[in-house]
Design a protein around this ligand. Structure first.
Ligand code: GTP
Ligand code: MG
Length: 204
């Protein structure tokens, strides 16, 4: 898929204040600093569309970007950022869960995982919550440029194996790097396929 336009629409402090629109939304979630905002910039080829930072906790609102005037990429705050303190962590968890579980337009959630890390309980628990609630999601391994191709393969197999102990069916997965642009075409083609299948469903 070609990205012809990518524009910031709105930052929302709550799920019920998100844009009123019925177009499909593809959202990015994961721990703070995993690379959600960087991935949105990489996919859209816009350097500063989503704000990034080397310090965790940068994205604090739900950010909508409209792509080709037709569908949205949504940048979410990270979960589990320890230095935030419990009250703030709870506030962000509520905002994230509300968006993920209640937002009708949320078509697919990309769950980002740092490819260098062993499966972390916080991510595994979040993925379990998605599974239990029937939320459609795919896994995105980030920062692949930090590992050799061989180690990338090993890390992904290890992760999927860990998930396979709990789930019969594994979600789609992508291996990406915002610096080398690895995985860009795979994710965009996948989004295109999902949009096409939505359209053929509504035309039936
Ligand atoms: P929060 O908004 O705080 O939840 O973080 P985020 O998940 O949006 O992460 P962000 O995109 O701001 O990136 C965090 C840091 O990781 C920044 O310093 C990025 O430059 C770096 N980073 C993100 N993606 C990659 C990647 O693919 N490769 C490398 N080497 N660094 C990356
Ligand atoms: Mg961010």
């Amino acid at each position: 898929m070609k990205i012809n336009s990518a524009d910031f629409v709105k930052s929302s402090p709550r799920a019920d204040l998100c844009p009123e629109s019925s177009e499909p939304e593809f959202a990015f979630i994961g721990r703070s600093n995993v690379g959600k905002s960087s991935l949105i910039n990489m996919l859209t080829e816009r350097k500063n569309l989503a704000m990034t930072s080397s310090k965790p906790g940068k994205t604090m609102l739900i950010n909508h970007f409209i792509i080709n005037g037709k569908w949205y990429l949504v940048d979410l705050p990270g979960y589990g950022y320890a230095s935030r303190g419990k009250r703030d962590r709870d506030k962000f968890a509520k905002l994230i869960n509300h968006y993920v579980l209640e937002r009708q337009q949320m078509t697919l959630l990309f769950v980002l995982l740092d490819i260098r890390l062993e499966p972390q309980p916080i991510d595994i628990n979040f993925i379990s919550m998605l599974g239990e609630n029937g939320v459609p999601f795919a896994l995105v391994f980030t920062k692949a440029d930090k590992l050799s191709k061989e180690k990338q393969g090993l890390a992904v197999r290890r992760y999927l194996q860990a998930l396979g102990e709990q789930w019969e069916e594994l979600p789609p997965h992508f291996v990406t790097s915002s610096t080398s642009r690895q995985g860009r075409d795979d994710i965009l083609n996948y989004i295109q396929d999902v949009i096409t299948s939505l359209q053929s469903n509504t035309n039936q």
